[in-house]
Each structure stands twice: as C-alpha cells, then as structure tokens.
Write a protein that binds this ligand. Structure first.
Ligand SMILES: C[S@@+](CC[C@H](N)C(=O)[O-])C[C@H]1O[C@@H](n2cnc3c(N)ncnc32)[C@H](O)[C@@H]1O
Length: 407
C-alpha cells in the first residue's frame, strides 16, 4: 500500500466509505502525493515520457491553429489593446508556447496585445511545477516573448486582474475533474463508494445510496431514460464541471470560452449501450483496469458531458457560439494547408525533382511524418473526434464567423 492509499484508507475507515469523486480528488490532487502534483516524486505525468499524450505532443501545429483562432477572436473583439488568454489546466505549457509562436510569426499586432496566463493545479513550489516553469520560461524567452506577457497561477480564481477581455482556453482539463459513479441496482440509482476491504485491507468498491440529491436528478435533467436500462449499468457524473465553468466565466468581461476535450452531449454519452461508463485509467500509455490501484501513480479520467458545460455557461450568461469536433475545428483553421506549407519550407528537398538524392529521401520522409502528425490531430476515431465548445460573452454573430466553426 503506498502512502496516498494509506491516507485514503484511513479517511474511509474514520468517516465511512468515501464517494468515488472524493477518491479521485485525492488520487489526482492531493497537494503533495496526488498524480497532478507529481505523485510525491516530482514525476511528469504528461507526454511521451509520461502516461499519455495530448494534442500538443503530436505536433506544434495544434497550438499554431489554436493561436490562429485566438487571433481572429481578437479581431472580432475590435482589436482591444490588451487581449488576455487564460489557459486553464495548462500542464506543461505546450499550447502556450505554440500559440505564442503563431502570434509572433504571423500576427505581430495581436502579439503586442497578448497577455497569457497559465493556470494549473500543480502546486506552486512543487518540483513538478518548478521544472515546468523553468523549461517553458526558457523556450518562451528564446521565441522573444516580452517579459511580463506570461504569468502562472494555480487556479483561475487566483488571477489578480479584473475580469478580462479575451479568451478562457482549456485542453483536456474537464476530463480530469473528479466524477461520481452512479449505477443501477434493483431498478434504482445507487452510487459507487470506495471503502477498505476488511479481509485484505485494500481499497475496494461498495454500493450505497446517492451522496447528494443533485445526483438523483442529474440524468433526468438530460432526459436520459435510465429507468429502462439494465441493472449493473453505470456512468460517471461530474458535479464539478458546472461550478468550474461558472467560476472561470466570472473572470471574463467580454470574449470567449474555448473548451477542447473528449466527450459528447449527454444524450450521446449516457446511452444504454455504454454499460460500463467511460472511466479510464492510464499508465505509461497503457489502458489499466484497476482505478483504485496505485492512487497518485496513474491517471484517472472520464468523458465530458458537454451538455452540462453548455447549461452551466447559460447560467453564467455565456452564449453558445458552437460545438464541433476537433477535426472540423482544425480543418476550418486550415491545419492541412498549414502542414503542407510548413513541410515545403522545412524540407525543400522533398520535392519530386530531388527525391532521388539522399537529402531528398530524408526530407521526403520528414515531410510525410509531418503530414502524418497533422492527420493524427484530425483522425475522427482519435483526437479528431474530440469536441470543441465555443461560448462567448458579448460577441454576437461569433458562431457564424469563427474559422474553427466554419465546418
Ligand atoms: C489532462 S491534463 C491536460 C494538460 C494540458 N492542457 C495538455 O493538454 O497537455 C489536465 C490538467 O488540468 C489541471 N487541472 C485540473 N483541474 C484544474 C483546475 N480546477 N484549475 C486549473 N487546473 C486544473 C491538472 O493539474 C492537469 O495538469
């Protein structure tokens, strides 16, 4: 039993079974031992060396295209002298780096207005956070980003400035928020708890009544016909997503909320066929099967209910600009054309006339790899199937105009 498992077991022995959401909050966000705090050993969970990759790992063109979208948002807002991007759950800052790259190379006037704040729960002062800040600061300085145009905070509430004009951006944050697990037992909804197995002393699941009335009405609010589903059916419910969006939206005076993640609308997510829900466990790029094992050392994640984000946005006076797929979003922003242009610039000997030479062969392979990375970002069965939600405050007509929503 690792140290965090012992802490969780102790809490459960003291207070009784804990909800899965409480377990997940401790496993991912315990301030020193949690997965996103470095698991007690300062380990980087993200990227090729970690447990899973995100779009920013596949190719910088992802952030480049997001940058292109943000630049257009600045135009739509009337080119304000200051445009804030607050990236929530920024992780290592890959997106920030590549957005800046776009800004400095392609949109210098926007770059002069851009202030970029990275918000992530990785605790300030932790070795993980320090390593990330050091690496990004070096990369950003090499690009020529003006000092003072980039800041770090640990949560969006910590942004000191008054509500911003700009965009609140997140990639794969919401899927990392703690979820409750519901199941159907004897035709009624029940909740899955985490407790200690008396025989083995290890963490195990237990069923119990719903921990909060909000859970009882959640599926009904989206008209999910769960009472026709079989016993044993289960699903995840993220009660934190709405409050998270609302508190983020409070930071926005005028502009956009751009949310990229895997998931779907409630009706497509909570179907009869998806009997086991969407909870997933990742370690070293392998899907695991034991969510309660090794807390703090493996990733836990669940698909996002985008209907809940749309609803929470409405309550926070955000309007829906559009909900699309990552494939359509990136194609609308010209990803494939950008990839071809970049390939031609970086690997000129890939052209047919030179392909018989050694350099031509090498360049051709690199050119094909670049196009392959772009194709990965829009693969409808993978990253391209992710959802992109755009909400706005005070930008009428945005849904019809934004490049990423054109598709
Ligand atoms: C799945 S990772 C994605 C990281 C990064 N956006 C990327 O695409 O590589 C989720 C990140 O969200 C952060 N996070 C979770 N909840 C948060 C919150 N309420 N505020 C800020 N960051 C949060 C976690 O610490 C983690 O780094």
């Amino acid at each position: 039993m690792n140290e965090l498992e012992a802490i969780i077991a102790e809490e459960s022995a003291r207070d009784g079974p804990i909800t899965f959401a409480r377990f997940m909050a401790l496993a991912l966000y315990h301030p020193t031992l949690g997965y996103y705090a470095g698991g007690g050993v300062g380990r980087e969970p993200l990227g090729w060396e970690g447990d899973y990759f995100t779009s920013g790992d596949v190719h910088p063109l992802f952030g480049w295209c997001v940058g292109k979208q943000l630049a257009q948002m600045w135009e739509l807002l009337g080119r304000p002298p200051r445009f804030d991007v607050i990236e929530l759950g920024a992780g290592r800052g890959l997106l920030a780096r590549d957005v800046w790259r776009y800004a400095l190379e392609r949109a210098p006037e926007w770059a002069a207005a851009l202030r970029y704040t990275l918000a992530d729960r990785a605790p300030v002062g932790s070795p993980l956070r320090a390593a990330r800040e050091k690496r990004l600061t070096t990369e950003i300085a090499a690009l020529g980003v003006p000092t003072g145009a980039l800041a770090w905070v640990d949560e969006v509430e910590a942004c000191a400035d008054p509500p911003a004009t700009g965009c609140l951006l997140s990639n794969e944050l919401v899927d990392a928020l703690p979820v409750h697990i519901l199941t159907i037992a004897d035709g009624a909804l029940a909740e899955v708890y985490v407790t200690v197995d008396a025989a083995t002393g290890r963490l195990t699941e237990a069923r119990g009544p719903l921990s909060t009335p909000e859970l009882a009405s959640y599926l009904d609010e989206y008209r999910i016909p769960w009472s026709t589903y079989p016993d044993g059916w289960r699903c995840e419910v993220c009660l934190e997503a709405g409050p998270w969006l609302r508190s983020a939206a409070a930071r926005l005076a005028r502009g956009f909320v751009l949310t990229l993640d895997y998931g779907d609308t409630a009706r497509a997510l909570y179907t009869r066929d998806r009997r086991r829900g969407t909870l997933a466990v990742y370690t070293r790029h392998q899907l695991g099967e034991r969510p309660l094992a090794h807390p703090g050392r493996q990733d836990l994640t669940a698909h996002v209910n985008f209907s809940a984000l749309v609803r929470a946005g409405r309550l926070a006076e955000l309007r829906l600009a559009g909900l699309t797929t990552q494939e359509r979003f990136l194609r609308g922003l010209g990803l494939m054309e950008e990839a071809a242009a970049l390939g031609t610039r970086l690997y000129p000997a890939a052209a047919f006339a030179e392909r018989h030479t050694d350099r031509g062969q090498a360049d051709y392979l690199r050119y094909k790899a670049l196009l392959g990375a772009a194709a990965t970002l829009v693969n409808p069965h993978g990253l391209g199937g992710f959802r992109v939600l755009v909400q706005h405050r005070g930008v009428p007509g945005a849904g019809r105009t934004l490049l990423g929503l054109r598709g």
